[in-house]
Design a protein around this ligand. Structure first.
Ligand code: APR
Ligand code: ZN
Ligand code: ZN
Length: 367
């Protein structure tokens, strides 16, 4: 069948919207008609050339839609199901899956992270040549074929164009707080970077009744969004010295938790420098290939300061996505605040331009 998709060819070049051929779902795969896809900085890392990637490639990994067909052997999804796409198509039986860490499943590294399906091939072609699907998701297309464990059924009364964001930003950000860090009520939380991911960290912190929630960005609009999601203090670090404000707010020791949601050397180091003895910096943002950071290991041992990583919010998509959808439907997660603008697939390059110019939060592409 023909699909309309935004195709990435080469770093630094605009995506091109064109028709591609999509095969039927094979064993263990499902065909999903997408309602919407969010545009995430992880797509932009590829566009900017900060992460190597095969091409031609359909980017996008934060989608939701309706299942139109299932391949042989599919048991967990049915035609007509509403699904949020997940970019960790886990195997379900390795040691990582069995201990609730599907983002670490080797099958995910070998398929989604290589932008191919579980059998190493692609379902998309252009003039007979393979076209890759980013994260085995490729949600900048009106239809996708994905592995069964990459399509998570959710309740049918949830608006797909909003809950699409649960497939990356919300799972990543809220999950970092409730699954990775397990922040306790009253803990002090610093969030550096308030795009879709960082705002979701703020939402997660508010959800668990964190104490002070201090949000940092260089964009005042992003900070206003953070305030409306529960940040108790916002700091524009381009205008104000973060260390000074933190000292006034939490004293010389620092915060219990510092979440970095950008992926820059400087801000990762700032996150570590901002935590109290015994505190933890949680690295949620993903750095460009080759970036390294400098931290003082003596501070880690003597002051028991930690730095930990969080991938996909340590989520188990099959359990966490429906739960996050419920929280949204109950009014406990405000996804509207995360969405700065909506558009069509033809607005995809404008969405990246907005991200590159530092405009706030997410674009959602509707199909
Ligand atoms: N200091 C503070 N804030 C900054 C700085 C900085 N030096 N540089 C950028 N920011 C802010 C931007 O203003 C923006 O609000 O960080 C935010 C980043 O948001 P997005 O570009 O929307 O990125 P997002 O999609 O939220 O992803 C953030 O998480 O999953 C990863 O790959 C993803 O590394 C990316 C990160
Ligand atoms: Zn596994
Ligand atoms: Zn993402």
């Amino acid at each position: 069948m023909k699909v309309t998709a935004a195709v990435f060819e080469e770093a630094g070049k605009e995506l091109v919207v064109q028709e591609l051929e999509l095969d039927d779902p094979k064993d263990g795969e499902v065909l999903v008609r997408l309602a919407a896809s969010g545009v995430c900085h992880s797509d932009y890392h590829v566009v900017k050339g900060e992460w190597g990637s095969p091409s031609p490639l359909v980017l996008g990994h934060e989608g939701a839609g309706v299942v139109e067909a299932v391949g042989p052997g599919v048991t967990t999804v049915e035609v007509g199901d509403h699904v949020v796409l997940s970019w960790v198509p886990y195997c379900g039986h390795c040691k990582y899956c069995n201990t609730g860490r599907p983002a670490l499943c080797p099958q995910v590294q070998e398929s989604a992270y290589q932008s191919v399906m579980l059998d190493g091939t692609t379902r998309l072609t252009r003039d007979g040549e393979p076209v890759y699907s980013y994260c085995a998701t490729g949600s900048f297309a009106d239809r996708v074929v994905v592995p069964e464990t990459g399509a998570i059924p959710i309740r049918k009364d949830a608006p797909l164009e909003k809950v699409a964001l649960i497939g990356c930003a919300v799972a990543t950000g809220v999950g970092a707080v409730i699954n990775t860090a397990k922040v306790q009520a009253g803990d002090t939380v610093l969030v550096i970077g308030c795009g879709g991911v960082g705002l979701s960290v703020v939402m997660g912190a508010a959800l668990v009744s964190a104490g002070k929630i201090i949000a940092v960005d260089i964009n005042d609009d992003s900070l206003a969004r953070a305030r409306s999601l529960g940040a108790t203090t916002t700091i524009n670090s381009a205008k104000t010295d973060l260390a000074d404000v933190l000292h006034d707010l939490v004293g010389p020791d620092g915060v219990d938790w510092a979440f970095e949601a950008i992926g820059l050397k400087r801000t990762i180091e700032t996150a570590f420098q901002s935590i109290r003895p015994g505190g933890t910096a949680v690295i949620v943002g993903q750095a460009a290939d080759g970036v390294t950071v400098e931290i003082d290991p003596l501070v880690m041992s003597d002051r028991e300061k930690s730095m930990i990583g969080s991938s996909y919010g340590t989520c188990h998509p099959a359990v966490d996505f429906p739960r996050l959808v419920d929280l949204f439907m109950e009014g406990k997660l405000d996804l509207d605040v995360l969405i700065a603008r909506t558009g069509t697939i033809h607005d995809i390059n404008k969405a990246f331009a907005a991200m590159g110019s530092g405009e706030a939060a997410r674009t959602v592409i509707a199909y």
